[in-house]
Design a protein around this ligand. Structure first.
Ligand code: NDP
Length: 492
């Protein structure tokens, strides 16, 4: 089936007439649809629509905007299984994880629906008599949302829901690997009666759609999740217009296991964090730092468990690990594994594509573990975004923290220890936006801030109340009811 862009409440063909296909990465003979390969002309139409809609949507009361999101959440809930199955087919993650992705989107939508009755500002005493002072939140305007494929439903809701409840309008460019899930989400918006132009969807590539969208003079804010290179480029486009730019970029997330940690629990957490979503989460654990005394023991258990993980189509309930998203991703993982071997790391398991039987139909890569890794190696430093775990030995707590922080990224982090003092110290010492104690690096909840330090972003946070700060601007109001000219700062 040929799908269309969604502009001002209409499904519309692209100006280019060109299309691209969405394929199942577990079985490329399974096609999820054909989508318009749009261009700057389509983008311009969508931004103009968002501009017209802003004038009315920003005047709809926030509780009413929230009610609409509530209706949307209810509909998403009703279609959870259908959306989850579609997601597994489109980007490969195993079905139970796809259900988690959709659930996260539903949770975010309910959460932001309720923000319609909060959107708290604050009041404070004025320094002069007979004068009121308070601050309220105002929408920013027209927002460009550019999203990746690894959480094709949850990540878009993290951007679109807070933006809409705050009174902004949105033009959304989803990843070219997951257009079908994007289409299904927008269809639900259409069904619940979102006013025309409030959310617009343009399919197409990063340079043909993403770049003109970021550069469009009527876009006031850009919200992006994806690779660091693209993030840096987008930041420049935003800077030229003095736009607010929200960037959620990569991670090279460490799990530290100390000698007093619960080792069985740690192994469970490592497996889940390293190989869940085939290692394609921005919070995935790709570096494991083990204290000397338990190094061999953990590695032994971990490798044994990893070798038992079943690769396959995510719709099969027996599958533990699905494919990576596309061929170029599969090749990238392969290149890094070769590099790891050349750099002198010891390949303990995996290290090859899935080639047997049905695995030939898609883009599979076996969960891979390297030991004897050093911080100088590329496999220790670069975000591979696949099922590859690099393991390092640490002398003690201080050495482990130094290793954990030896990265340009700072998204998620974790430590396994039963020593409350060390756990408390780690919360302060780990350079990351998120720290888990006695749990892996993944599992964020929608009502808490999400984001990272260092090169993981530019200081903003998604989710929770932090998202409301991202998608609103403060307006400060002074009301002088003294009937005379009063000057602040004590001026006579
Ligand atoms: P990209 O950063 O290339 O893509 C993310 C989104 O940005 C997609 O919608 C993409 O469109 C769009 N885009 C690409 N180029 C531009 C541009 N110049 N201007 C505006 N928008 C653009 O990431 P990839 O999906 O290619 O993945 C590459 C790597 O990025 C991964 O291997 C991983 O390291 C990292 N990544 C990190 C994520 C995270 O959650 N932090 C999520 C996804 C990726 P299109 O799909 O059409 O190319």
């Amino acid at each position: 089936m040929l799908y269309k862009n969604y502009i001002e409440g209409q499904w519309i063909d692209s100006a280019t007439g060109k299309t691209f296909k969405s394929l199942n990465p577990a079985d490329t003979s399974d096609e999820l649809g054909e989508f318009p390969a749009s261009n700057a002309q389509d983008v311009a139409k969508a931004v103009e629509a968002a501009d017209r809609a802003f004038k009315t949507w920003s005047k709809v009361t926030a509780p009413r905007r929230g009610e609409l999101l509530f209706d949307l959440a209810e509909k998403m809930k009703g279609r959870k299984e259908e959306l989850s199955q579609l997601m597994t087919r489109e980007m490969g993650k195993v079905l139970k994880e796809a259900r988690g992705d959709v659930q996260e989107g539903i949770d975010m939508t309910y959460y932001m629906a309720a923000e319609g009755r909060r959107l708290f500002g604050y009041t404070t005493p004025a320094e002069l008599p007979l004068k009121a002072a308070y601050a309220i939140r105002r929408p920013i305007g027209r927002i460009a949302a550019i999203t990746p494929w690894n959480f094709p439903l949850a990540i878009p809701t993290w951007k679109i829901m807070p933006a809409l409840v705050a009174g902004n309008t949105v033009v959304w460019k989803p990843a070219s690997d997951t257009p079908r899930v994007a289409y299904e989400l927008v269809k639900i918006f259409d069904e619940v009666g979102l006013p025309k132009g409030v959310l617009n969807l343009i399919f197409g590539g990063g340079s043909d759609v993403g770049v003109p969208l970021c550069k469009h003079p009527k876009i006031n804010m850009i919200s992006f999740t994806g690779s660091s290179d693209t993030g840096k480029e987008i930041y420049k486009y935003g800077a030229e217009k003095l736009n607010q730019v929200h960037l959620e970029l990569g991670g090279k997330n460490p799990i530290v296991v100390l000698e007093d940690g619960d080792l069985e629990l740690a192994v469970e957490g490592i497996l889940w964090s390293a190989f869940g979503t085939t290692g394609q989460r921005c919070t995935a654990c790709s570096r494991l730092i083990i204290e000397d005394g338990v190094y061999e023991k953990i590695l032994g258990k971990l490798v044994a468990r990893t070798e038992k993980l079943r690769l396959g189509n995510g719709l099969d309930p027996k599958t533990d690990v699905g494919p990576v998203v596309n061929r170029s991703s599969q090749e990238k993982v392969g290149r890094y594994v070769e590099m790891g071997v050349k750099e002198g790391a010891k390949l303990l398991c995996g290290g090859e594509m899935g080639k047997d039987g049905d695995l030939k139909k898609g883009f599979f890569y076996r969960p891979t573990i390297f030991s004897d890794v050093t911080p100088q190696m590329r496999i220790f430093q670069d975000e591979i975004f696949g099922p590859v775990l690099s393991v390092v030995k640490a002398k003690d707590y201080d050495d482990a923290i130094t290793l954990a922080n030896n990265t340009v990224y700072g998204l998620s982090s974790s430590i396994y220890t039963q020593d409350i003092n060390k756990a408390q110290r780690a919360i302060e010492d780990l350079e990351a936006g998120i720290t888990y104690i006695n749990s892996g690096t993944i599992g964020a909840e929608v009502h808490l801030p999400f984001g990272g330090v260092k090169n993981t972003g530019n200081g903003g946070r998604e989710a929770g109340l932090a998202a409301i700060d991202e998608y609103t601007e403060w307006k400060t109001v002074y009301i002088d009811y003294s009937g005379r000219l009063q000057k602040a700062q004590g001026i006579d």
